[in-house]
Design a protein around this ligand. Structure first.
Ligand SMILES: [Zn+2]
Ligand SMILES: [Zn+2]
Length: 278
């Protein structure tokens, strides 16, 4: 099987229509395609779907389900978790009868007047400015804040797949901290333990590579190794925002998983997540 559950469209910050994504996914031989618009957050932004648009989004997925028997399409959202600011993930899952939820952190709550540190996007300067203004360039404090928000999401929110678990490294580019530092490794290990106990799925996400914002997959090799050791289920995600991105680094992701002895990923079925060989 060839599947991807992490897909954006013009309903959020994706650059192409849902129909273009479906067409290309069929052309590329995907069996499953899951849509995962960024869920609305209680803060003005230019990346998430508007809540009033979600019913149209769901209807359009259902339309393509009926008209495209050659591919299975699924309803999801990529939900941000920001303590004190975002709605519970169950609200979206229940209100819109979603098949799955991807949980992820793009905005870190600094704890000062709910000011948020944006760690994603194309601009390194925004990351650097947030680090300076909200954390006085204390990288350990800032990165710990990201991981503690991740822990709280895993502990308090029900979701299926964790999005780009170590996104925090993206704009770092080895400048402020090294992933080998023990304090960083300890944070990663805690997240992996929590994911294991909550039976969540970790994605190998290629977006950083094909956008050339990162030299490695999310997550980095040492994390994939830990995920493999624990037997935590995985999926391969392109996090595509354009149809041409749908299978970028797909084969490399398969090779990377195999390198760490992972021979199965999971796929969504009406009976829940099941294993399939890669
Ligand atoms: Zn994301
Ligand atoms: Zn995404």
């Amino acid at each position: 099987m060839k599947n991807n559950y992490h897909t954006h469209t013009t309903y959020c910050d994706g650059k192409e229509e849902m129909s273009q994504m479906v067409e290309r996914a069929i052309y590329l031989g995907f069996n499953h395609l899951g849509f995962s618009s960024h869920a609305p957050i209680e803060k003005d932004n230019n990346f998430s779907i508007k809540e009033e648009k979600i019913p149209d989004y769901i209807k359009e997925i259902e339309f393509h389900q009926v008209h495209n028997p050659n591919i299975q399409l699924f309803k999801g959202l990529e939900c941000d978790f920001i303590p004190g600011l975002t709605k519970p993930f169950t609200y979206f899952k229940d209100t819109y009868k979603l098949d799955f939820i991807i949980g992820g952190i793009h905005l870190v709550n600094s704890g000062i007047d709910n000011q948020l540190w944006f760690i994603d996007g194309s601009k390194q300067q925004i990351y650097d400015d947030g680090l300076a203004q909200l954390f006085q360039n204390n990288i350990k404090k800032a990165v710990t804040c990201f991981w503690e928000q991740t822990f709280e999401m895993i502990e308090t929110q029900p979701f299926d797949i964790i999005a780009h678990i170590d996104k925090i490294k993206m704009h770092n580019r080895g400048r402020f901290f090294k992933e080998e530092e023990p304090w960083y490794k300890d944070l990663v290990i805690k997240a992996i333990d929590l994911l294991y106990h909550k039976n969540r799925i970790v994605e190998i996400n290629s977006r950083g590579l094909y956008k050339k914002r990162c030299d490695h997959f999310y997550p980095s090799d040492f994390i994939i190794q830990k995920v493999a050791k624990k037997g935590i289920p995985m999926v391969i995600s392109s996090d595509a925002h354009k149809s041409e991105e749908l299978d970028l680094f797909y084969n490399e992701a398969v090779a990377k998983l195999k390198q760490f002895g992972i021979s199965n990923v999971v796929y969504w079925s009406s009976d829940g997540w099941k294993e399939t060989a890669i």
